[in-house]
Design a binder for this molecule. Structure first.
Ligand code: NAP
Length: 316
């Protein structure tokens, strides 16, 4: 069983550890900048080893794959460090701050023949994969429009990873990546992007609205750290539409015809908390000696980062 090492003992590392535990995975090592914190984590989840520095954990040759759960402003530095020690990587979203950093990481991983995958959990969910298949089978005809929102009112803390520029703050990198991924998953790469932004005083984006243009379709996306909206995704087609509540961690979807009649409902309850699917994908890839996942290719990570670079360029 692949031996995981977790880097950063924060909020998402907790969810990841629960998922790994829930599927009987190998919780090998946890690293925090604070040894007391990693010791507590080790005790709670049953890790074998606890380290008080990230590099100390990377020096442990038993660690096979590192899960990077630090703020996105630090992902590039932490991935390059993990690659230096010849570790496979599962890195939280946003993978890096921009496309250029991601290219460097992928080049280095390819040079060293190591596996790297972005932990954008939505990509690996059975409901999302099933919806994709149903759309390919023509359940709603040709897609004409997508709407997706991920907006929540975050506690304002200028030093936190959500609002501090040096930690990669802002709605786009933290939550906007989900609606953007949702549109790309079903429509591919847009040929034109328009966007509006509401900037926060630290310089990061508090809220944004994005329109993606395709030859035969359009996508309207919203993300915010400043106000609440239902987290929902809609895919409209020539023959009907699909509603996916809580699309980021989707467990179910409802399919309607053009008369708003429900024609099909699908449901795939999480085994643990939804993060288990990305972990299972890592294990599957590594056990089959694959250096890249087909569910989240390097090109797809680069595509999304490229679009986010373009959007931020529009905001100057
Ligand atoms: N997939 C998802 O659903 C999901 C959900 C939430 C977040 N995320 C992603 O996961 C990453 C971490 O988010 P989170 O919510 O877990 O954040 P968090 O609770 O703040 O944890 C981040 C951890 O990073 C470490 N860290 C290292 N240098 C740091 C620094 N200079 N400032 C702050 N923390 C530092 C800290 O761990 P130590 O003190 O232990 O070293 C901290 O606990 C982000 O990239 C975020 O986008 C993903």
């Amino acid at each position: 069983m692949i031996k995981f090492g977790v880097m950063g003992a924060g909020n998402i590392a907790t969810k990841f550890s629960k998922a790994l535990l829930g599927i009987g995975g190998n919780l090998y090592a946890i690293a925090s900048r604070d040894l007391n914190k990693s010791e507590a984590f080790k005790k709670t989840y049953g890790f074998e080893k606890a380290y008080g520095s990230y590099e100390d954990m990377l020096k442990d040759s038993s660690v096979e794959c590192v899960y990077i759960a630090t703020p996105h402003g630090l992902h590039f530095e932490h991935m390059m460090l993990a690659l230096k020690y010849h570790k496979h990587i599962l890195c939280e979203k946003a993978f890096t701050l921009n496309e250029e950093q991601a290219k460097i990481v992928f080049d280095e991983a390819n040079n060293k023949n190591l596996f790297v995958m972005e932990a954008l959990w939505t990509r690996y969910l059975p409901t999302i994969i099933e919806v994709k298949q149903l759309i390919s089978n023509g359940v709603i005809g040709d897609i004409t429009k997508i709407e997706a929102n991920f907006c929540f009112k975050a506690t304002r803390d200028d030093e936190s990873r959500l609002f501090a520029p040096h930690l990669g703050g802002g709605a786009l990198l933290d939550v906007g990546i989900y609606p953007l991924t949702f549109a790309n998953l079903f429509l591919g790469t847009p040929h034109r992007i328009e966007s509006n932004v509401d900037l926060y005083h630290t310089g990061v984006d508090l809220s944004n609205e994005i329109t993606l243009y395709y030859d035969q379709a359009i996508a309207h996306l919203k993300s915010s750290l400043g106000y609440n909206l239902p987290i929902e995704g809609f895919i409209y087609g020539t023959k009907g539409y699909i509603q996916i509540p809580m699309f980021i961690g989707a467990e179910r979807a409802s399919i309607y015809d053009n008369h708003h009649h429900l024609i099909k409902e699908i449901e795939n309850k999480h085994i643990v908390n939804g993060m288990e699917y990305e972990i299972l994908e890592v294990i599957n890839c590594l056990e089959n000696d694959r250096k890249e996942s087909s569910l989240m290719t390097h090109l797809e990570t680069l595509n999304i980062l490229h679009q986010m670079d373009e959007i931020r360029k529009q905001w100057r």
